[in-house]
Design a protein around this ligand. Structure first.
Ligand code: GLU
Length: 609
C-alpha cells in the first residue's frame, strides 16, 4: 500500500509579507509525494491561522487564499490519507482545543485510539477522524501541567507508537518549529535568519543548501538562527557534525520547455547515464567498498520495490550470467525469504529515494542477522544509504515524476557495473566499458527511433483495456517494467509474462487485435519467434521491439509493427531497451488525457508500509 505525504515548515527572523507565497512554492515541490489535500498554519502576531482543503496545491492555495498570509512562521502539509477520508476536516494541520497549537504529520500513530479515548475523557474535543489529531491535544494537555511548549511536545512524542515525522508550532513561542522523527523522513534546512523543516530536500533547496538529516528517535526545535536536537531519551546531539551541504542544482527541478516531468526525465537519460557512469568510474573508494563486500558473498540477494524490484531482477540475472549466485526479492515479501539468509550472504538494497520503508525494514532485519548490506540510492543522505555498510550514489539528479524512468536505467547501469567489477577480468571489463561509454549516443538514437512509433502506437493503445508485454530471460524484467509504466501513468491493465510461459494461460485471453508487445534483447531470442507466431495465429495485434540485427523475416511477417532498435552490446541494451516502453507509456497517458506526473493513488517515496 502506498502512503506518504509531505511536510514543510518555515520560521524566519523577520516577519515576511510573502510567507504564504513561500509555502505555495515549497508545497508544489512536495506535491509529487502524495496529494489528496493541502493545508498551512501560519503564526502571525500571536494568532494562528489555518487554511486547508482537499485538492491540488494550486487549487487549494487559490481557493483558501494562501498567498495573502504574512507572518514569521508556519507549517504546511500535503496529505495522503491513511486514517479518515480525504476531507477538509481531516486535512492537516490539526489543532488543539484552544487553537494555539498546530501539527502536521507524516505516517501512522498506531496507538491513537487509546490516546484519543484518554484525551476525550479529559474533555478534549476532536473534529477529525485522523490519528494525527491526538498530537496537538496531547501537547495542550501537557502544557496545562505547566510545561513549556517544547517539553510538552517531547512528552507527547514519547507517548506515540508507530511511524511518524511530526512538526508542531505554538503561538506562545512563535519562532520555534518543534519536530520529531521515527522512521518517516525529516530534514532541517539551515539558512540565514531562516530555518526549515521538511520531508524532502527538494522543498528546502530554494532557501538553503545546508541541511541536517534527522535520525530515528530524534526530537528538537528549529529557530531562525539556532537548531537544537536531542534523542528522545534526552542525549543532546552535536549539530556541527551533522550539517551537510547539498550539491543538487536548482534548475533540475524546473520542467523547462517540456510539458511534463516524465518526458523531461526520459529525455535526460543520455545525460544522466553519463553522470552515473562517470560517477562510478571516478568514485573508486565508494565502488571498491561495495565490491569488497560482494566478492565474499555466498549468495547476493537484491531487494527492491516497484521499478527498483525490476532493476533488481535484471541485476540478479546479470550476476548469474556472469557466474555469481544471486536472487531478486520484492522488498515487502523479503522478511520470510530472508529467514534462510546466512551471515555469508550479502544484500543489495535498491531504492531510488533511499527511504522505501519495505526495503529499509528488510535491510534492518538482515543486518540484525549479521548480513552486510550494499545500497544503491539516488539520495546519499537517505536512511538506507546511512544505515548500509556501503552505498553507491546513482547521480541521476532529482526525479519529480512519480513513475521512475531515468532512475531505473541508472539503477540497472550501477548493477551491471558492480557485476563487471566482481568479475575481476580486466580485459572483459574494459571491452564492456568501451560499449557502455557509448550510452549517450545509443540512448539518443533509441529515443529517436522509438519516438514516432510511440506516438502512433499510443493512439491504438489509448482505447485498449488490456495489453501483454512478453520477453524471455532479460526481456522479462524489461517487460515487467514496461507493463508497470503503462499501468502507472496511462491506467491500462498490463501484464508482463515470460514469453515462453504465455501459452500456459495468458494466451487464453488473446482474441482479435489484442495487443501483445514483445521485447527481444539477448538470451533465447530464437525461441521468441515461436511465441510471436503463436500470438499472430490467435489474431493478436503484435508489436515487436528488436535490435536491427535480430529482426528476422519471421518476426517481420508475424508482427503488425516492428520497432527496430539500434544494435548494442548486451549491457547497453539492458540499460536502454526499456526507454521505448517509457515513451509509449508517456504518450498513451497523454493521448488518454492523463497527467503522467501525478498518477492517482501513487506516491513517489513510499515511507509507510
Ligand atoms: N495518518 C495521517 C493521516 O491520515 C497522515 C497521513 C500521511 O502520511 O499523509 O492524516
Amino acid at each position: 500500500m502506498f502512503r506518504v505525504c509531505g511536510i514543510i515548515a518555515i520560521t524566519s527572523s523577520s516577519r515576511r509579507e510573502d510567507l504564504g507565497h513561500l509555502f505555495v512554492e515549497a508545497l508544489k515541490r512536495l506535491e509529487y509525494r502524495g496529494y489528496d489535500s493541502v493545508g498551512i498554519a501560519i503564526v502571525d502576531q500571536n494568532n494562528l491561522y489555518i487554511a486547508k482543503n482537499t485538492g491540488t496545491v494550486e487549487s487549494v492555495a487559490k481557493s483558501e487564499g494562501f498567498t495573502f498570509f504574512s507572518g514569521c512562521s508556519g507549517i504546511g502539509h500535503t496529505r495522503w490519507a491513511t486514517h479518515g477520508a480525504p476531507t477538509k476536516n481531516n486535512s492537516h494541520p490539526h489543532t488543539d482545543c484552544s487553537k494555539k497549537i498546530a501539527v502536521v504529520h507524516n505516517g501512522i500513530i498506531e496507538n491513537y485510539s487509546e490516546l484519543k479515548s484518554l484525551l476525550l475523557s479529559r474533555g478534549h474535543l476532536f473534529i477529525s477522524d485522523t490519528d494525527t489529531e491526538v498530537v496537538p491535544h496531547l501537547i495542550e494537555e501537557f502544557k496545562s501541567t505547566g510545561l513549556d511548549a517544547y517539553s510538552a511536545f517531547k512528552k507527547a512524542i514519547s507517548m506515540l507508537r508507530g511511524t511518524f515525522a511530526i512538526v508542531a508550532i505554538d503561538v506562545s513561542e512563535e519562532r520555534k518549529l518543534l519536530f520529531a522523527r521515527k522512521v518517516s523522513p525529516l530534514i532541517i534546512g539551515v539558512g540565514r535568519g531562516l530555518a526549515l523543516v521538511s520531508s524532502d530536500i527538494v522543498s528546502v533547496l530554494p532557501f538553503t543548501d545546508r541541511v541536517i538529516v534527522l535520525n530515528d528517535d530524534e526530537v528538537g526545535y528549529a529557530e531562525p538562527d539556532r537548531v537544537f536536537i536531542e534523542t528522545i531519551e534526552g542525549f543532546p546531539v552535536d549539530i556541527s557534525k551533522r550539517v551537510v551541504k547539498i550539491d543538487y542544482h536548482i534548475e533540475n527541478f524546473d520542467k523547462g520547455p517540456y510539458e511534463h516531468y516524465m518526458i523531461k526525465e526520459i529525455y535526460e537519460q543520455p545525460y544522466f547515464l553519463t553522470q552515473t557512469l562517470s560517477g562510478l568510474i571516478s568514485s573508486r573508494d565508494e565502488v571498491e567498498k561495495s565490491v569488497k563486500l560482494l566478492e565474499v558473498a555466498d549468495t547476493i540477494y537484491l531487494i527492491g520495490a516497484g521499478s527498483s524490484y525490476h532493476a533488481s531482477l535484471l541485476g540478479a540475472l546479470y550476476f548469474r550470467y556472469l557466474g555469481f549466485r544471486a536472487q531478486a526479492i520484492i522488498s515487502s515479501e523479503a522478511i520470510p525469504y530472508l529467514r534462510s539468509v546466512k551471515s555469508g550472504d550479502v544484500i543489495v538494497a535498491v531504492s531510488q529515494s533511499g527511504e522505501t520503508i519495505d526495503t529499509l525494514l528488510a535491510m534492518r532485519e538482515s543486518m540484525r542477522r549479521g548480513v552486510r548490506v550494499v545500497a544503491i540510492v539516488n539520495n546519499p543522505l537517505s536512511t538506507i544509504a546511512r544505515e548500509s555498510d556501503a552505498y553507491i550514489y546513482m547521480r541521476s539528479g532529482p526525479e519529480i515524476c512519480v513513475a521512475a524512468t531515468k532512475t531505473f536505467t541508472s539503477q540497472v547501469l550501477v548493477l551491471l557495473y558492480l557485476g563487471l567489477m566482481l568479475m575481476k577480468d580486466h580485459q572483459h571489463t574494459e571491452t564492456v566499458l568501451r560499449t557502455l561509454r557509448k550510452l549517450p549516443e545509443i540512448t539518443t538514437s533509441i529515443i529517436k527511433s522509438a519516438e514516432d512509433t510511440a506516438r502512433k502506437l499510443a493512439k491504438k493503445l489509448s482505447s485498449e483495456h488490456s495489453v501483454y508485454y512478453l520477453g524471455r530471460v532479460f526481456g522479462y524484467p524489461i517487460s515487467a517494467e514496461a507493463a508497470l509504466k503503462i499501468k502507472e501513468v496511462a491506467y491500462i491493465h498490463a501484464e508482463a509474462y515470460p514469453a515462453g510461459e504465455s501459452k500456459h494461460g495468458p494466451i487464453a485471453l488473446v482474441t482479435h487485435r489484442f495487443p501483445v508487445i514483445f521485447t527481444i534483447i539477448g538470451e533465447l531470442d530464437e525461441l521468441i519467434e515461436g511465441n510471436i507466431e503463436e500470438m499472430k495465429a490467435r489474431d493478436a495485434y503484435v508489436v515487436t521491439y528488436a535490435p536491427r540485427d535480430k529482426t528476422t523475416s519471421v518476426i517481420e511477417k508475424n508482427s503488425d509493427l516492428v520497432v527496430s532498435l539500434p544494435q548494442a552490446s548486451l549491457e547497453t541494451s539492458l540499460v536502454t531497451y526499456v526507454i521505448p516502453h517509457q515513451l509509449l507509456a508517456y504518450y498513451t497517458a497523454v493521448e488518454r488525457g492523463y497527467n503522467p506526473d501525478r498518477p492517482r493513488n501513487l506516491a513517489k517515496t513510499v515511507t509507510v508500509f
